[in-house]
Design a protein around this ligand. Structure first.
Ligand SMILES: *Cc1c(COP(=O)(O)O)cnc(C)c1O
Length: 391
């Protein structure tokens, strides 16, 4: 098939939910993707923070393909040694007590929201159901996680949205305090707002959020769907902030390219979700778990994390030398770039023409490269970016 045929069929048969770049990717290795015409691209996106070992990493391919040939799916009515080993490893690496496995970030967040409301219902009865999230946040595309998302553009068409969400201004503890009353059961935040434009929260603010929550028996919940699994140079971003949330959610990088999400909770919440209160057909699927097991065995070591931090610093220092760069934000290999000419969308499209895949978030360029990208691949990608930025 030619690119034009693929594009025409997409127009004809797929719902038009995505604005796509003009390329159809068909294969890849490491940080290099190949399109249907054989053209190669350096990939600074890793499928929006998913392929943390790049395309078709040898160990990952082996783990996944061996599992596909062993047992591909069974229901959650039976025990699974892969689910237990993924959950155990997640708990060992974080100190959380229990894990619920699902298939996406939105689903992990739905689980967190249900835990918050049930914890409060069990302890205080009805009426303590509000969850405060932050203005400019992003938490997913289900009707409930859209309601949790603190951006008005997402609160359209699909009325009525799930009630019980309020939005406080990021990095403003007084505004958060103004939202806290006896109807609130949780505060749910991203530590670095990803889709909102790579906006890191201040450490002092996050510490104050944790304290405020603890004083009022309000759950402190962190959406680590984008920031987790070593993306920011810590295994989970909260670990670098020196706080301990009651609940965190994970997805994106967790399976290294297969759909898996997780909701992790503290010991005091371990018995909140009882039999019959939550479930999923595919959650904890053996192939997805085999992928996550491989990811967790390699992505959380001190060596792996330190090379993420080093490469992140290297990329930032090289970006500073590029024209049209106005501001660089982010942590580890989650990097946002504000351009002087405010032309991120145009730059991203031109990068694709020139052989570089790069993301945007709001009016920023955004880099989420594979975490094991080589310096050669980084330099190749940056030289394309430089050429486009300075054209
Ligand atoms: C991507 C993302 C989600 C949604 O994840 P899906 O897997 O697309 O449902 C939720 N929260 C954050 C912070 C994200 O970056």
């Amino acid at each position: 098939m030619t690119f034009e045929e693929i594009k025409n069929d997409e127009q004809q048969y797929l719902m038009h939910t995505y604005g796509r770049f003009n390329t159809a990717l068909v294969s890849g290795k490491g940080a290099i993707a190949k399109d249907v015409d054989g053209k190669e691209y350096v990939d600074f996106t890793s499928g929006i923070g998913v392929n943390i070992f790049g395309y078709c990493d040898d160990g990952w391919v082996k783990a996944v393909s061996e599992q596909a040939a062993t047992i591909q799916h069974m229901s959650n009515l039976y025990y699974s040694p892969l689910q237990t080993s993924v959950a155990k490893k997640l708990c060992e690496l974080t100190g959380f007590d229990k894990v619920f496995l699902c298939n996406s970030g939105a689903e992990a967040n739905e689980c967190a929201i249900k835990i918050a409301r049930k914890y409060s219902f069990d302890k205080y009865g009805e009426g303590r159901q509000k969850i405060v999230t932050l203005v400019n946040s992003f938490h997913g595309r289900t009707v409930t996680t859209l309601a949790a998302t603190g951006q008005d553009v997402f609160h359209n068409f699909f009325f009525p949205f799930t009630e019980g969400f309020e939005y406080a201004e990021a990095n403003n503890i007084e505004d958060l305090k103004a939202h806290i009353n006896d109807e609130v059961c949780a505060v749910f935040i991203e530590l670095i707002q990803g889709e909102g434009g790579v906006m890191p929260l201040d450490k002092s603010y996050v510490e104050a959020v944790q304290k405020l929550c603890a004083e009022n028996d309000i759950l402190f919940m962190v959406d680590e769907v984008q920031t987790g699994i070593s993306r920011t140079g810590d295994f989970f971003c909260y670990q670098g902030y020196g706080v301990k949330p009651d609940v965190i959610t994970s997805a994106k990088g967790l399976g290294g390219g297969l759909p898996i999400g997780a909701c992790l909770c503290d010991k005091k919440l371990s018995d909140v979700m009882t039999a019959g209160t939550h479930g999923t057909t595919f959650g904890g699927n053996p192939i997805a778990c085999a992928a996550a097991k491989e990811v967790l065995s390699r992505a959380a070591t001190p060596e792996f994390l330190s090379q993420v931090r080093e490469k992140g610093e290297y990329i930032k220092s090289e970006l500073e030398k590029i024209g049209n760069v106005k501001e660089i934000r982010g942590k580890g290999m989650m990097i946002g770039i504000l351009t002087e000419k405010d032309n991120a969308k145009e730059i991203a499209a031109k990068c694709v023409e020139n052989g570089l895949l790069i993301l945007t978030a709001k009016n920023l360029l955004r880099l989420l490269p594979p975490l094991n990208i080589t310096y050669d691949e980084i330099n190749k990608g940056l030289s394309i970016l430089k050429k486009v930025m300075e054209a």
